[in-house]
Design a protein around this ligand. Structure first.
Ligand code: SF4
Length: 375
């Protein structure tokens, strides 16, 4: 289990080791054809920033070699904002006294129709973590209902047991995103003081349970803004390498969600200053390119948390999938557009506009990833 491996790595010494990488380490990493963890450290270090143009060109070439000139499109469908956890950065947190909403089967289908009208074939189902209302039975019913309408169904919900994942895979579940938020075990407790999510190890073992259940694709990532992004990226890379060796038939994707402001129940906004571990746009480009140079097979995803112009510029640099036209509230497309969002999105352009921008850059927008056509 990765929970045993992570114990061998001390956060502070790993952070120091990244910060001590120099220009020679970066040059060595750039000149290699297969890059290891030490190369990854060099590529995410401050010493790599002056090499950003070179990294971007290499990332562009490697991505086109493996994925062609395509960008996949997906959209989140928020099914519920009920949650039994306290997460200090999320509007759905149990202690934020908002009106809670879980979509009924009829409401799910109303949202599905709106999403299909935008052209989507790949949907990401999202819920808070509330076992009684949105546990495995609810998810199973939702997948059953939605499956005839989409080629790909992904989940971003509470971590489940292996047997529960097996049940959902049998219903047509395609991939699961499970972000560790941060790999800093002690600080993790401060951000997740209450609820099942406060169990760091159970969350960390989730990709293992998914791998054993035979899922097609696992999405990893951390919430950028909580802790030092470089050290969190390194721990994610260690996790990815471990998983790739162990569950080699599974595909992997990575995301870089940056913290966004949230609205509290008293109408106040909780801004980003509340946390304070910022990453600049330039550093985010560095991180994307570093991932591509580290792993040529990895799918790299970008959400509507990022701003319009920045997303346009990132299209040719290494990403492979992008969300568009997203709503982050249950019923947000048609059923209840005014309900509270999980976080404020930055890029509100509709899906077809994003598809046109992808085409203008010489890429083909792909509305579905992959479809199983046999029983
Ligand atoms: S991040 Fe997820 S688990 Fe935490 S409060 Fe928000 S919805 Fe609940």
């Amino acid at each position: 289990m990765f929970t045993e491996i992570i114990e061998k790595y001390d956060w502070n010494s790993q952070k120091e080791s990244i910060l001590h990488k120099g220009a020679d380490d970066v040059r060595r990493a750039l000149n290699r054809t297969r890059r290891d963890i030490e190369d990854f450290k060099a590529l995410i270090s401050p010493a790599a920033l002056p090499f950003l143009e070179q990294m971007a060109q290499l990332s562009h070439r490697l991505t086109q070699k493996r994925f062609g000139k395509t960008i996949q499109l997906y959209i989140p469908l928020y099914l519920s904002n009920e949650c039994q956890n306290i997460c200090t950065y999320c509007a759905f947190s149990l202690d934020n006294k908002i009106r809670r909403k879980t979509l009924s089967p009829i409401e799910i289908m109303q949202e599905v129709q709106a999403i299909k009208a935008m052209g989507y074939e790949h949907v990401l189902l999202v819920t808070g973590e509330a076992n009684k209302t949105v546990g495995v039975d609810y998810l199973k019913q939702a997948i059953k209902l939605i499956k005839p309408h989409f080629a790909n169904i992904s989940l971003e919900v509470q971590p489940l047991d292996q047997r529960e994942y097996e049940l959902l895979i049998a219903e047509g579940l395609y991939s699961v995103l499970v972000y560790q938020e941060t790999y800093h075990k002690e600080r993790y407790k401060a951000y997740h003081p209450k609820g099942k999510k406060s169990n760091f190890d159970y969350r960390l073992e989730t990709p293992d349970r998914l791998g054993r259940a035979g899922i097609h694709k696992i999405g990893l990532g951390t919430l950028i803004g909580l802790e030092d992004w470089r050290t969190d990226a390194l721990f994610t890379a260690l996790h990815l390498r471990y998983l790739e060796k162990r569950y080699w038939q599974t595909k992997y994707s990575i995301s870089f969600p940056r913290l966004r402001p949230i609205e509290l129940n008293n109408g106040d906004e909780q801004g980003l200053h509340h946390f304070g571990q910022f990453i600049s746009d330039r550093e985010l480009v560095q991180l994307i390119c570093a991932w591509r140079l580290f792993d040529e097979e990895l799918e790299i995803s970008l959400s509507t948390r990022e701003e319009e112009k920045f997303r346009n510029r990132l299209i040719p640099l290494g990403i492979t999938s992008i969300s568009a036209g997203s709503k982050t509230n249950p019923g947000g497309y048609v059923v209840e557009p005014q309900s509270l969002e999980q976080f404020e999105i930055s890029d509100e352009r509709p899906a077809q506009e994003i598809a046109s921008i992808i085409k203008q850059q010489g890429y083909e927008p792909v509305w579905k990833d992959w479809e199983k056509t046999w029983a």
